[in-house]
Design a binder for this molecule. Structure first.
Ligand code: SAM
Length: 369
């Protein structure tokens, strides 16, 4: 006879309900093992990141942690590792300490978001699948292709990589060397980095030549403190804008197709097939690619606990540009939009706004004192 499942997956979220009271198997392992008084409040949820399920067990369940871990593992085919978060988030790099309860000791996860693949060591970097809507919101609603985006606390790249994929020019920075290491891998895996240079071969197969062969990355990665990054980024992009990007792969494919068709048509007419038949002026298309603007359109600061305290770093960060001979003047300069993520204890939106403005004011005031 069918009974309720021990673990019920909710296909709409990455959070899955763990119902310890109703177990599908004939042997109700947990029911049999957990003391009566713990049944009612049994762990209610776990979150999935790639192949890893993470629990946040309350103290009274810790003696049963391996059993609970094993049940989660056994009942979910897509999970290979079950971990328990050991404490609250570790402050500086926003990383949880965790213990493997069941399954493989493999904490390198693969997650998908915004049409991109992300790989990272879950025990060494920050990742939160619940932020996917926020990542998507900024990338789709705010960032425009061709704009420069500077992510001050980029983590493994959930804003930076989709933005670069959208053909923004991105400066991705993080203080955690592990974040930077995985952001680099994600840049390559999603072909928004050095691998775009490899698209030279695709270009030449279409009869295209890059103008100066300086196809740079759409994403430049750095490992600085956010404050230092904010202060140097405006001058850096002024002095060293990104080189033009190659045409998108879809355009390249279309050109390749046109070239093949032209060759076949020439053959059918009995003429010698031209190895490089003219196609819709492809070099023109490549040459028309613009280098990045020399100013930043968006800064992103997703470090909610303390991002507001970095605001004072913007003061004076555009001053070095005034020394540049070709700088047209500050009235000609587009100022960036700074997206700051922060917490407030206030529940009512108006109060929340006041609270946030108060801290921002304090942060910017203290720089001018
Ligand atoms: C909440 S995470 C956000 C990561 C990523 N932007 C995301 O949305 O998933 C905050 C990031 O800030 C980085 N971080 C912490 N302190 C920093 C600092 N002083 N300068 C730059 N990055 C910092 C951490 O390493 C972490 O990757």
């Amino acid at each position: 006879m069918s009974r309720k499942r021990a673990i019920e997956s909710d296909p709409n979220t990455s959070t899955n309900k763990l119902l310890l009271l109703d177990v599908e198997s004939e042997v109700d392992i947990l029911h049999a093992t957990l003391p009566e008084e713990l049944l009612e409040d049994a762990p209610a949820a776990f979150t999935i990141t790639g192949h890893i399920a993470h629990l946040n067990l309350r103290e009274e369940y810790v003696p049963y942690k391996y059993l609970i871990g094993q049940v989660v593992l056994d009942k979910n085919n897509n999970i290979r590792t079950v971990v328990n978060k050991l404490d609250t988030i570790e402050s500086e790099f926003r990383v949880f300490k965790m213990e493997v309860l069941a399954g493989d000791e493999d904490l390198v996860a693969e997650a998908h978001e915004g049409g991109c693949k992300f790989t990272f060591d879950f025990s060494k970097v920050y990742w939160n699948s619940r932020l996917s809507h926020e990542h998507d919101r900024l990338v789709t609603e705010f960032f425009k292709p061709g704009q420069v985006v500077a992510d001050v606390m980029a983590g493994v790249g959930p804003f930076a990589i989709p933005a670069a994929k959208k053909r923004c020019f991105v400066l991705g920075n993080d203080l955690n060397p592990e974040s930077v290491k995985w952001m680099e891998k994600n840049r390559q895996d999603n072909k928004v980095g050095t691998s775009s240079v490899m698209r030279d071969s695709e270009l030449s197969s279409c009869g295209l030549m890059l103008v100066d062969h300086q196809v740079q990355d759409a994403l430049r990665i750095s490992n600085d403190d956010g404050r230092a990054f904010i202060q140097r980024a405006p001058l850096e992009i002024w002095k060293r804008p990104f080189a033009p990007l190659p045409p998108p792969a879809t355009v390249l494919r279309k050109l390749e197709k046109e070239k093949r068709r032209a060759r076949e048509a020439a053959k059918a007419l009995g003429g010698a097939a031209d190895a490089n038949p003219p196609v819709e002026d492809p070099n023109q298309m490549v040459q028309s690619g613009q280098p990045s603007p020399r100013h930043i359109s968006h800064f992103v600061m997703n470090l909610p606990g303390s991002a507001l305290e970095f605001l004072d770093a913007y003061a004076g960060s555009y001053t070095p540009l005034l020394q540049e001979a070709d700088f047209p003047g500050k009235d000609e300069m587009e100022m960036p939009l700074v997206h700051v993520h922060c917490f407030t204890k206030e529940i009512e939106p108006g109060m929340g706004e006041m609270d946030i403005l108060e801290v921002s004011d304090w942060a910017t005031q203290s720089s001018s004192d």
